[in-house]
Design a protein. Structure first.
Length: 127
């Protein structure tokens, strides 16, 4: 019951809350209490739905968050990104982190649309 286990129809755009994740990347310093943060991608996404970004949280708390996923049934509310812009990387930073560097990307939306969320990878290649 409730939003966390259901799908809401917003007039052709269906959304669902996801709270299961795979870890993508972790920094071990910075942020609250200088313990870093971990970045996650949602898992268990219902068929036909797409994530609206990735999730991050401080390392000093148990996993507690969620993201929205959406399905466009009106054929116009959502469009796939046409490209990605790198907005930050740990590559040149002197921080304690996972063995791989982290990369944060902003999706570039087609004309008439706006991006939602960011994507985090461990590769310098665009998502």
């Amino acid at each position: 019951s409730g939003f966390g286990s259901g799908i809401i129809d917003l007039g052709g755009l269906k959304v669902s809350q996801i709270s299961t994740f795979n870890k993508i990347w972790t920094t071990l310093e910075g942020g609250q209490d200088d313990l870093g943060a971990t970045f996650f991608e949602p898992t268990g996404i219902p068929q036909g739905f797409f994530p609206l970004g990735h999730y991050s949280q401080p390392n000093n708390k148990p996993l507690f968050g969620w993201v929205l996923v959406a399905k466009d049934e009106s054929n116009g509310a959502l469009k796939n990104p046409i490209d990605y812009t790198l907005v930050w990387t740990s590559k040149s930073q002197k921080i304690k982190q996972d063995k791989d560097d982290g990369y944060i990307w902003l999706p570039i939306a087609p004309n008439g649309y706006s991006p939602l969320g960011h994507i985090v990878t461990t590769s310098p290649e665009k998502p």
